[in-house]
Design a protein around this ligand. Structure first.
Ligand code: SF4
Length: 413
């Protein structure tokens, strides 16, 4: 039965909508201005170099998420499959390429612009997956733009100084290639400024997420996936910092007043894996009705980096890019998750087995079972996908979530 308690909306969301509009209008204007250059970049870097060199930075993964959230992916994925992309390859990539081939983007409807800005340069890091390299290559060929990137060591246990130095060296080579290609010179003082801003936004983002340690939690995973946009798309700018200061103030007021994202929360859940963008609303309402807060997630935490100490910006970029969860081995991931469960007082864990993103799925090598046994905590594995609804059964998943919450209730009695 649906709860009668009214949801308290996060007011800062209106400001976020304005910020997003400004961001995309600015990108659109840059793409039409021969004096300005647009670079595409992966979501976890190395965007600070591009910003410091004067590029406007666009993040295609955000477009993939938007296609999913607007429930358009299934219309476009078959088009990418028809030119040889696998039906079970990354659905962000497939839907994005398909939307380009079919000439339709939700950016047209949402912001009134022609679509994603054409790239002058495409830069990737394979610290999250190799798919991005192939994805960018499609556009590099289509638009005749150079594709460059860094390939850090992956699946790391402890991160060593040698590994950081290796990636730092790759970043230096990347800078040299961009300088040669575009007759530019990177100003390292400017890079330090951008990295300082980036780190500040990231720290504020962590503080925003930490307001969910309160009981009731001030925001949920479903709020987080919306409000994380600036820390990805506007990282390295003052406007991202200003936005998170506003949001953090609002959330701290909620904590003081005892206002929760789920006001009468009874159960606290951890979400491991990618969001299921086309089903966010249904899932959010299901947890709300079950008086369960999804209080923390690996995904939202992916942009909460360690602070920059003001010394070497390239070292910070190299280190943070390989320290991220997705780039680590199973024992490190498991330790991180246990710390998160403790920090957020988690009652149960949901693993999302995303069919087209094995890279961001951690239930395939026994981790869910190990955690269930070690912590005696209820664990549910949901089969689905970040974007492609063909891999998700709403009825089956909702039934499984209800049974999972009942299991938690049993343990809480
Ligand atoms: S991490 Fe997953 S969702 Fe993101 S680009 Fe790579 S394969 Fe796609």
């Amino acid at each position: 039965m649906a709860t009668t308690i009214k949801r308290v909306e996060i007011e800062s969301r209106r400001e976020l909508s304005e910020l997003m509009r400004d961001q995309f209008l600015s990108l659109d204007a840059a793409a039409r201005d021969s004096q300005r250059k647009v670079a595409w970049c992966t979501s976890v870097g190395p965007c600070e170099i591009l910003s410091a060199m004067g590029f406007e930075v666009y993040f295609p993964e955000n477009h993939g998420a938007l296609l999913g959230a607007r429930r358009l992916s299934h219309e476009f994925i078959p088009r990418a499959v028809s030119i040889g992309y696998g039906a079970e390859s990354c659905s962000y990539m497939n839907s994005d390429i398909g939307s380009t081939l079919m000439g339709h983007s939700p950016l047209q409807d949402v912001f009134g612009i022609a679509g994603p800005p054409k790239p002058d340069l495409l830069v990737y890091s394979t610290n999250q997956c190799r798919e991005v390299q192939d994805w960018w290559s499609f556009y590099g060929q289509r638009d005749g733009a150079p594709v460059m990137g860094v390939c850090p060591p992956t699946h790391l246990g402890e991160v060593t100084p040698e590994q950081v130095a290796f990636v730092r060296g790759q970043l230096e080579q990347l800078i040299e290639r961009i300088e040669q290609q575009f007759s530019l010179k990177l100003d390292y003082d400017r890079l330090r400024e951008v990295v300082t801003l980036s780190s500040r936004a990231s720290t504020l983002w962590r503080q925003v997420l930490d307001t969910a340690t309160a009981h009731p939690a001030a925001l949920s995973f479903f709020d987080g996936v919306i409000h994380m946009a600036p820390v990805i798309l506007m990282r390295g700018t003052q406007k991202a910092i200003d936005y998170y200061e506003t949001l953090l103030n609002e959330l701290n007021r909620r904590v003081e007043k005892g206002t929760g994202a789920v006001p009468d929360e009874l159960h606290r859940i951890y979400w491991e894996g990618m969001p299921i963008w086309p089903k966010l609303r249904e899932l959010s309402e299901k947890f709300y009705d079950l008086r369960a807060i999804v209080a923390a997630s690996t995904y939202c935490n992916s942009w909460a980096f360690d602070e920059f100490d003001g010394d070497d910006p390239l070292e910070w970029m190299a280190r943070t890019s390989i320290e991220i969860f997705i780039n680590r081995d199973e024992p490190v991931k498991q330790r991180f998750l246990i710390e998160m469960f403790d920090k957020f007082a988690i009652d149960g864990v949901i693993f999302h087995n995303a069919r087209t993103c094995p890279n961001n799925t951690n239930s395939r090598f026994g981790m869910s079972e190990r955690l269930r046994e070690e912590l005696s905590i209820p664990v549910l594995v949901i089969d689905g996908d970040l974007s492609d609804v063909r891999f998700f059964s709403t009825a089956q998943t909702m039934t499984n979530i209800e049974a999972f919450i009942e299991q938690i209730e049993e343990l809480q009695r």
